[in-house]
Design a protein around this ligand. Structure first.
Ligand code: THU
Length: 146
């Protein structure tokens, strides 16, 4: 694993520690890597009205875009699990990969800069690494409305 991948995975795990997920008790962290080296982290935020809960990846995209970012997305790491007694996510045998809505939100940010970011799902024994275009083929995006 390269140092930048290692750091991005660590950033996703760290972000999961800030999850607000009292209902599912499933803490997810996402870390977005940009072409200037910046990393934007976020976690899932749930709501007593369960359906309003926000995923870590969606919050990370919103955070990056409200910082003014419009593209430059190189990679995304996601890590999630039930928290242990110290608040760290206990990773499962399968990685957490972005849900459908989050794939679409990641695509919007990526498409603005014309990149196809690597999506890195973190499991207990390794990583699943796929381009976003493989997770969301034939995506609808800003170009369709141009
Ligand atoms: N969740 C994420 O944050 N990202 C994903 O990719 C999958 C699911 C969150 C939503 C909810 O707060 C909890 O995980 C359980 O579904």
């Amino acid at each position: 694993m390269s140092e930048s991948t290692h750091n991005l995975v660590a950033a996703a795990k760290e972000a999961a520690r800030t999850a607000y997920a009292p209902y599912s008790v499933f803490h997810v962290g996402a870390a977005l890597l940009f072409d200037d080296g910046a990393v934007v982290q976020a976690a899932n935020v749930e709501n007593a009205s369960y359906g309003l809960s926000l995923c870590a990846e969606a919050n990370a995209v919103a955070r990056a875009m409200t910082e003014g970012r419009r593209g430059g997305l190189v990679a995304v790491a996601i890590a999630g699990g039930k928290p242990d007694s110290e608040g760290n996510p206990v990773l499962g045998p399968e990685p957490v990969m972005p849900c459908g809505r989050c794939r679409q939100m990641l695509h919007e940010l990526a498409a603005l800069g014309g990149t196809d970011p690597e999506v890195i799902g973190v499991a207990q024994d390794g990583l699943t690494r796929l381009p976003l275009s493989a997770l969301l083929p034939h995506a609808f995006g800003p170009a369709n409305l141009a």
